[in-house]
Design a binder for this molecule. Structure first.
Ligand code: PLP
Length: 286
């Protein structure tokens, strides 16, 4: 399997990352993941824009232009023969010797870029049946808009949910629902769709942007408004969204059914609208 290492496509075994890399030492880096269907990227521009925006927010100077990166990603996909799968991109601030929290002039130390591909088919059955979630305190930092490789808060939350038998953790800060450990979260009450507004407390999900767009175009009522755990527990439908999960129904929370305990009509409609958008860009997937 080939990977991108800085500006080259090489075999994974050829990659050498220094143990003093700030990504390894401090989780000082950012990442993004983009999905491909039928060998074509979906919302590639949006993902690359978000990666560059995360870089800017941490004063990391990207080692190439957006167009150069898109070209490299396309070549890697073809070389690895990926039809439906994910490409993870990661950039760290490079080698930091001597160890020091502060970093030197970003022009002096080159960042380290890697990208890997994985074949991940769509799990239609899971998207029809939905998943279970548990509510967990949001212990993360206050810049969740940055797609940081420092994911301990997310990992611990998801692991907590997994230990209870759940698929995902729904996070809250003082009773206000923010997002999930690796996805944005939505609820539907009386045919109105709610999700937390962008800002420093949630990742500006690309799937979220797409779903907001297609829902509004279809005349559905959407409000980017925060809601509480109590609202969530009384919701008619709940779902999570991410690049890899698309729009995934959440059919039970803390062991209790959401609505009728099955995928609801609004989520099903949103799933169809999302797939319509994917098919426009990437060809037939259902
Ligand atoms: C914490 C978090 N929120 C939201 C998302 C969804 O973002 P996207 O739709 O861009 O995949 C992710 C995806 O990885 C995530 O990790």
């Amino acid at each position: 399997m080939k990977v991108i290492w800085n500006d080259k496509i090489v075999e994974r075994s050829e990659v050498k990352i220094d143990m003093e890399d700030r990504g390894y030492q401090f989780a000082d880096g950012i990442y993004d993941v983009v999905r491909a269907y039928n060998g074509k990227f979906f919302t590639l521009n949006e993902h690359v824009d978000r990666l560059f925006s995360s870089a800017e927010k941490i004063e990391l100077v990207m080692p190439f232009t957006k167009d150069e990166l898109k070209q490299l990603l396309s070549t890697l996909m073809k070389e690895n023969g990926i039809s439906t799968g994910n490409i993870y991109m990661q950039v760290t601030r490079g080698i930091g010797i001597p160890r020091n929290h502060t970093y030197t002039d970003p022009e002096l130390v080159p960042p380290v870029f890697t990208a890997t591909t994985t074949i991940v088919p769509r799990d239609q059955e899971k998207m029809d049946q939905g998943m279970s979630a548990f509510i967990v305190p949001d212990m993360r930092w206050l810049r969740c808009d940055i797609k940081s490789i420092s994911l301990l808060g997310n990992i611990m939350a998801k692991h907590e949910a997994h230990k209870k038998g759940g698929d995902e953790a729904i996070l809250h800060r003082d009773g206000i629902v923010t997002e999930c450990s690796s996805s944005n979260v939505w609820m539907i009450k009386d045919d109105t769709i709610y999700t937390h507004p962008d800002g420093n407390l949630v990742l500006p999900g690309i799937t979220k942007i797409m779903l907001l767009k297609v829902a509004r175009e279809a005349g559905m009522l959407v409000k980017e408004e925060a809601f509480t755990i109590e609202d969530l527990k009384k919701a008619d439908e709940v779902f999570a969204s991410s690049t890899t999960m698309e729009a995934m129904p959440i059919v039970s929370i803390d062991g209790n059914p959401v609505g009728h305990g099955q995928r609801g009509a609004v989520v099903e409609k949103l799933q169809q609208l999302y797939v319509d958008a994917v098919e426009k860009e990437c060809g037939q997937i259902r």
